[in-house]
Design a protein around this ligand. Sequence first.
Ligand code: HEM
Length: 461
Amino acid sequence: MPGCDRFREARMSIQMLAPAPADSELRPVPGDPGLPLLGKTLQVLKDPLGASRQRYDQYGPVSWANLFGKPTVVLLGPDAVGTVLANRDRAFANGPGWGRFLDNFFYRGIMLLDFEEHLHHRRIMQQAFTHERLATYLRDINPAVAVGLRQWPARGELKFYPAVKRLTLDLATDIFMGEENLGARAEHINRAFIGCVQAGTSLVRFPVPGGRWRRGLVGRKVLEDFLKEYLPKKRAGDGSDLFTALCHSESEDGHRFSDDDVINHMIFLLMAAHDTTTITLTTMVQYLGQYPQWQDRCRAEVLALESETLGYEDLDRLPSVDLVMKEALRLVTPVPALPRHVVKDTEVLGHFLPAGTEASIGLHFTQHMPESWPEPEKFDPGRFAEDRREDKIHRYAWTPFGGGVHKCIGLYFAGMQVKSVLNQLLRRYRWHVDPAYVAPMNFMALPYPTDGLPIRLEPLG
Ligand code: HEM
């Protein structure tokens, strides 16, 4: 029977990552390395959900494969995800985990710091994300969104993804840099920044002329020089931008960022904020275009607000937009997996993970498991409504912003930006997406639709 043969073959190819200590009751991590050199990397990049499903069915929540050139333990499902994110025995480190992909370009960004040092920086950075600060950012975001949307056509076809990517990039430079009139330099800075982001997931990881890696290194230098030039002015000023906020942030115990810290954090924050928000808006707009009843619900909410300009207090008055955002973050998880490095022997769900191993926390798969989510591929924002709360099945079933000490510091900022854009889009347009459309997603870096998400705009009012 061919099915049985396949099963036998699969069992024969199982290898254990490392023997568990003899005096423990732990089990080794099962898995298989995959192809020589490439391991399972291409399979995972091509079809992350399918590859994870196969892995989970074959090995369960904790297994290993060669990924991006190293043996990597893959953690799937809310229990495994929760154990690593909570990191109770401090065995999982971010710096060497993310560092493999980002260190050359996002050196000493807060997400790449660990333990005491991370906590120290986080306490200072938190002061740039207080309610007062967020409210001032929102005041600047609204007019910047209006300026961006004025460049969009009044009606007809639009590729939404590149258009909103441009918009969020301009927003980032405005809100992060402040009122500086960068003129032609803005384009140069944006290109440098895009170079850094794309280099992080380059498969060729050395500076070939004209290659992505090299563009990333050049981009990093351009950004550093640019920020250094503005730093004295930002230290001395009292602007409402994030750059100024980082210059002045002070933890409760009186610590501030050094000049190098401010620059490293600025470059990292630009990256952390940009593509994540872009893909969230893209997913929301796709489904709102395919489900007009949800688009109408969201529009009715924004039209019921007192003012056309979204105020900070309005953020809690858009419950349908919240539901749609949660469902979009579930369906297309902007950061599908989080890398970690095991810094000391530890265990996850009874499996032994030796120090020195790489780990990958599967957020995207966990948010698509039929074991937790009824009809997981269906767009159904109501699953997050109070009377259903499907996410409550497990604390770590829905974790698009991560969890534990590294949980996204910008989650409210992201919500604000998403709502500011949607508030204005819903007032200006009705848009349509073919109900049968399935986005052709690329997962090489952060996920995005390769066709740019074509939508049809119809003016309102
Ligand atoms: C929908 C949008 C966003 C998503 C889905 C998202 C997702 C995430 C995730 C999953 C992490 C955890 C990484 C880890 O544990 O390894 C994270 C961390 C982080 N995010 Fe976000 N993010 C978003 C928007 C933003 C924005 C707008 C900002 C800043 C304005 C931001 C700043 C950060 C920072 C600084 C960290 C690192 C925190 C730390 O290590 O202490 N993010 N984000």
